[in-house]
Ligand binder design. Structure first.
Ligand SMILES: Nc1ncnc2c1ncn2[C@@H]1O[C@H](COP(=O)(O)OP(=O)(O)O)[C@@H](O)[C@H]1O
Ligand code: SF4
Ligand SMILES: [Mg+2]
Length: 305
């Protein structure tokens, strides 16, 4: 059953002399119990997508399209309804920058207890939530400024989990963690989905997505270029960009992608990957349709059907 239905979602930032196309025409659904990983290089629009869903965009942002979560349009419902009914129980966010998200004058334990209480949950759950994210009792007694980056990361994850949200958006939740804690956090998200929760994992770490995702959406220059089951994406990528991303991994070909992504203020009319793509031809001057694969010459043809 579908929990989140995104239809034609776009976000633009108006600057004095340019427009940044940060999210372009996203259409996808997330099922209950699904772990969808959104992957792509830094700057492609992943966090802007998360902020659009959570209603956290600055005033210069223009958002169009719809994002229906459990019957409510997150884009059109307004800040009051988002604050009163949506954020917390229905939608949680692990933000990408934990340091700026934490109130500095309260200890972790107090922040957690307050969040639990605000959502009619037992404040005594603070310690077990901390344990779930791998934060010990001593760390929970500290103020945010006393925490390392990795500890702050785990605390914001625990805070997002505290209201037990139907959909959890986790934006780079493993930043600053060492490998065992990365795996611990990823496995926590996986277990959440296995027990009926739903997670949108935003990450630039393909190995993280491969470890836990059911489905993967690959973003390039603000668009979703491939959206397929994780097993298919990692064994038989269909979009040349996905293939290049995988080939850049140290445990695969370790071949960096030549060139750079385009500026989001100057996106071409056709495929934005064309200048870096070895398969490009004249057809690529027009925008390819998709998903599941937005490419005129997909590497796996049945995926584009
Ligand atoms: N408030 C803003 N005004 C103008 N541009 C912005 C704003 N916020 C983000 N951007 C731009 O949107 C693009 C996507 O950013 P972001 O979503 O943070 O990338 P990612 O999370 O994929 O690394 C970037 O080019 C960034 O500079
Ligand atoms: S549409 Fe053309 S340029 Fe774009 S990824 Fe496909 S083959 Fe390459
Ligand atoms: Mg980001």
């Amino acid at each position: 059953m579908t929990l989140l239905n995104i239809d034609g979602l776009s976000v633009r930032f108006r600057l004095r002399d340019a427009t940044v196309q940060a999210v372009s025409d996203h259409t996808f659904a997330v099922r209950r119990g699904e772990l969808l990983a959104i992957v792509g290089e830094s700057g492609c629009g992943k966090s802007v997508l998360a902020h659009a869903l959570f209603g956290l965009l600055p005033r210069n942002a223009e958002v169009s399209g719809r994002a229906i979560l459990d019957g409510v349009d997150l884009i059109g419902c307004g800040e009051k309804r988002l604050a009163r009914e949506i954020r917390g129980r229905r939608l949680g966010l692990v933000p990408q920058s934990p340091a700026t998200a934490l109130t500095p004058v309260r200890t972790g334990r107090r922040l957690l207890a307050e969040t639990l209480r605000a959502h009619q949950r037992d404040p005594a759950l603070a310690d077990s939530l901390a344990e779930q994210v791998g934060l010990d009792a001593a760390a929970l007694g500290k103020y945010p400024f006393e925490l390392s980056g990795g500890m702050a990361q785990r605390l914001v994850t625990a805070l997002a989990l505290a209201p037990d949200p139907a959909l959890l958006i986790a934006d780079e939740p493993t930043t600053g963690l060492d490998r065992p804690l990365v795996d611990h956090t990823l496995d926590l998200l996986r277990r959440r989905c296995d027990s009926g929760g739903t997670v949108l994992l935003i990450t630039h770490d393909l190995a993280a997505a491969e470890r836990v995702a059911d489905t993967v959406a690959v973003m390039y220059a603000s668009r979703i270029v491939e959206h397929r089951p994780a097993a298919d994406v990692f064994t038989a990528p269909a979009h040349p960009y996905t293939c290049a991303l995988l080939n850049a991994l140290p445990d695969r070909a370790f071949q960096p992608i030549a060139g750079h992504p385009p500026m989001l203020t100057a996106l071409p009319a056709g495929c934005a990957f064309a200048p870096r793509c070895t398969h490009a031809d004249g057809a690529c001057a027009t925008l390819p349709a998709g998903p599941p694969v937005a490419c005129h010459h997909p590497l796996v043809t049945e995926a584009a059907a």
